[in-house]
Design a protein around this ligand. Structure first.
Ligand SMILES: Nc1ncnc2c1ncn2[C@@H]1O[C@H](COP(=O)(O)OP(=O)(O)OP(=O)(O)O)[C@@H](O)[C@H]1O
Ligand SMILES: [Mg+2]
Length: 260
């Protein structure tokens, strides 16, 4: 039985000046699947994430979460509704520790309120301890427990990408959007991220991944959508997409071949 849709787009378009970065994309993400979005550089993949999360409001079209229209929501509202994302270009707070970076993501789960925080009432202290425990768990989950008191600026590139994932998970999302999570990683690190993504899905979270690493995409995805020049050109199971003529042609003009 096919799982119900959790996140859908209807004829979603984004235009920059005269350029249509996204041209009428309609897709459906099913609950608890690992879905990959692939396509050559400049195909519109990041723009799709930006349009879904309110970072770059669409020129036309709709975005729905559990059937509810979230098209006009701000990035903050979308996050609170349960859609978290990591960025292709990393943005941790360099002068904060890892733990502090993750705690910022936990803020929306603080129940005690601002007055309790300012007065440091017992209610706030309990809440703070609970948030710290969860932040430490998340850092352990991505393999960064030992480094929780280090400043984010001292992390390696791979470690920063893992921190990004921990920060996104701190929102306790129902949908996690990952933009090129293994770009620049070595095969060992990539293998770790693949296991991590499977574990995230085991926790009931739906995962959407933009990725050029075809070993990862073919190895982990339940389904794949392919974008080219802002349009969806294919959808299917990994072996179907790999054999799809339109996809092969798009990549021959693009650089990253899907067979890799
Ligand atoms: N803020 C912006 N202003 C103007 N044009 C933009 C902007 N963001 C993206 N574009 C253009 O929109 C198109 C799609 O870009 P996008 O970043 O979504 O591609 P992508 O599929 O994520 O590529 P990559 O694989 O290289 O990350 C490109 O032509 C890009 O130059
Ligand atoms: Mg991109």
């Amino acid at each position: 039985m096919t799982a119900p849709d959790i996140l859908t787009t209807e004829a979603l378009s984004v235009t920059f000046g005269g350029v249509r970065a996204l041209a009428g994309v309609s897709l459906a993400v099913r609950e608890r699947e690992i879905l990959s979005i692939i396509g050559p550089n400049g195909a519109g993949k990041t723009t799709l994430f930006n349009a879904v999360t309110g970072t770059c409001p669409p020129t036309s079209g709709r975005v729905r979460l559990h059937g509810r229209d979230i098209t006009a929501k701000t990035p903050d509202e979308v996050a609170r509704l349960g859609v978290a994302r990591s960025f292709q270009n990393l943005k941790p707070f360099a002068e904060m520790t890892l733990l502090e970076n993750v705690l910022i993501g936990r803020e929306i789960h603080m129940t005690s309120g601002m007055a309790a925080a300012i007065l440091r009432l017992p209610l706030f202290r309990e809440d703070e301890a609970r948030q710290k425990r969860r932040a430490r768990e998340l850092l352990a989950f991505v393999g960064l427990e030992q480094r929780r008191d280090h400043l984010a600026r001292n992390l390696t590139y791979g470690e920063r990408k893992m921190l990004e994932i921990a920060r996104a998970l701190a929102l306790e999302p129902s949908v996690l959007l990952l933009d090129e999570p293994v770009a620049g990683m070595n095969p060992t690190e990539t293998g770790f991220v693949m296991e991590l993504v499977k574990n995230i899905r085991e926790q009931g979270i739906t995962v959407v991944i933009i990725e050029h690493d075809m070993k990862m995409v073919m190895g982990i995805s339940d389904r794949i959508y392919v974008l080219d020049h802002g349009e969806l050109i294919a959808e299917g199971l990994p072996h179907e997409v790999r054999a799809n003529r339109a996809v092969i042609e798009a990549y021959l003009g693009g650089g990253h071949a899907p067979a890799h």
